[in-house]
Unconditional design. Structure first.
Length: 463
């Protein structure tokens, strides 16, 4: 039924795909980490692409040409050549690497075509807000109830450790469970919160600028994501969400027009977001003081520069740099071992396709690129990341002074975070299907709404 619906209307396919990537892991872990379920989203994506391109062809609608197309093609073909790297023990490592890095790139075209009006823009972000509330709400509940909630009684061996992680504060010794929500790993839930926090901030600002219904939903989403970020016991999520809030708030003030009314609305949006965050955190602290206290102890004891057990400098600077340098200890660093050989899911390729394990890799994103693609591959990725980020900034800047700027800047900021700092710390973050799908989809949305100010028909509907 879903496939028929998608083939009839590709827009339905977008919503089916976005909903499925949020709940797929929940189905998968209750079915013993079934790999058929894992590839269901890719099948949905293929059907979506087919439906979209057939619809475009039938209406003779011209597709959007990405402004970063040349750097993307150069990087893609270089990676395609690396599939056949003689150092790789199986071509399936390369095929998996190509899938992880490029399979969702066509979502750029889909996203660009999806939001062809304010109605479609609001519809998508309202749907996304409901999805966020669902995932984060269950994640908060799991952080309190523990790993027995939302996890099967017998967790499959490959994902058992990913779903049952705890963290202890180094001084007080308080334990905190790291929730996974619907996902198989706490890392994927953390990635989900990072992107959704930024998008929720942008959508909340957009709603308040337009003086329309739905503002309660938008700002409730902001409060829920902040509470879930706190309860993850993840220092990375804590730092990324805090940094995003510090950047996005003054940016949307800068992007407002000189009209006093619009600046008042922006200040009101920031104030309202802060109020909803405060309400969400106050409720959590009042009802679950022990659970919140263990998370706060972890953050304060490991992130504060005044703590005797602070890891801020080591984890943010020393450790990733050490791992980046360690990549050059591999003899094939000039030309790499082949794409996918140090990526996510290598254990599944080795188990299912009986490939010889590579046993290579470092805990640094740029180091992983050096190991897989060599130094040339790293330079090509940096060039592509720069081209994409530059295009995103130009599109967001084009919205300055309009009601769409909060969403535009939020998407630009997410693009920058994933393309540069987050990929530096871990290229697997970019390869995560949640982050990757939203990356390309939101890029298409950003490029499309950057055209709105020049369309009088659309602009007149925003008063």
């Amino acid at each position: 039924m879903a496939l028929v619906a998608i083939l009839k209307n590709w827009r339905r396919g977008v919503y089916c795909f976005v909903a499925w990537i949020a709940v797929e892991d929940l189905v998968r872990k209750f079915l013993g980490n079934n790999m058929i379920v894992y590839f269901a989203k890719d099948f949905l994506a293929l059907v979506l692409y087919l439906s979209f391109f057939v619809a475009r062809r039938s209406t003779l609608t011209k597709l959007c040409r990405p402004p970063f197309l040349i750097p993307l093609l150069v990087f893609f073909w270089y990676c395609a050549i690396q599939v056949f790297n003689p150092a790789s023990t199986s071509i399936f490592y390369g095929l998996m690497g190509l899938k992880l890095s490029f399979f969702y790139a066509p979502l750029f075209l889909v996203g660009h075509a999806l939001v062809d009006s304010n109605k479609e823009l609001r519809r998508f972000f309202f749907f996304n807000s409901v999805l966020i509330l669902l995932v984060t709400g269950f994640g908060i509940a799991q952080s309190i109830l523990g790993p027995t909630f939302l996890n099967p009684e017998m967790i499959q061996e490959d994902i058992r450790n990913l779903s049952t992680l705890y963290r202890a504060s180094p001084i007080t010794g308080l334990l905190a469970y790291r929730p996974t929500s619907f996902f198989v790993s706490t890392g994927r839930f953390q990635n989900f919160l990072t992107v959704m926090w930024v998008l929720a901030l942008g959508f909340g600002g957009f709603l308040l600028m337009r003086k329309q219904t739905g503002r309660l939903l938008g700002f409730t989403t902001v409060g829920m994501v902040s509470a879930a970020a706190l309860m993850t016991a993840s220092r990375g999520v804590f730092v990324w969400t805090l940094a995003s809030a510090i950047v996005v708030a003054p940016a949307v003030i800068w992007g407002a027009s000189w009209a006093e009314e619009q600046r008042i609305r922006i200040m009101r949006a920031i104030r309202r977001a802060a109020v909803f965050v405060a309400i969400a955190l106050t409720i959590l602290i009042s009802i679950f003081p022990h659970e919140v206290g263990s998370r706060l102890a972890i953050y304060s004891e490991t992130l504060s520069p005044y703590s005797s057990r602070s890891e801020l400098g080591f984890r943010s600077r020393d450790y990733p740099l050490q791992n980046f340098v360690a990549a050059f200890a591999y003899p094939r660093w000039p030309y790499g071992y082949g794409i996918g050989t140090a990526s996510l899911g290598v254990q599944y390729v080795a188990r299912i396709m009986h490939a010889i394990p590579m046993n290579i890799g470092v805990e640094n994103g740029y180091g992983q690129l050096v190991i897989e693609l060599g130094i040339v591959g790293l330079l090509l990725w940096i060039f592509l990341a720069y081209a994409i980020t530059r295009s995103a900034w130009r599109a967001a800047k084009n919205l300055k002074g309009t009601v769409w700027f909060p969403i535009g800047f939020a998407i630009f900021w997410y693009t920058f975070l994933l393309a540069f700092p987050m990929s530096f710390y871990g290229y697997v973050t970019y390869q995560d299907f949640v982050m990757n799908a939203y990356f390309w989809l939101m890029l298409g949305v950003l490029l499309r709404i950057s055209e709105f100010p020049g369309n009088l028909q659309i602009a007149q509907t925003t008063v």
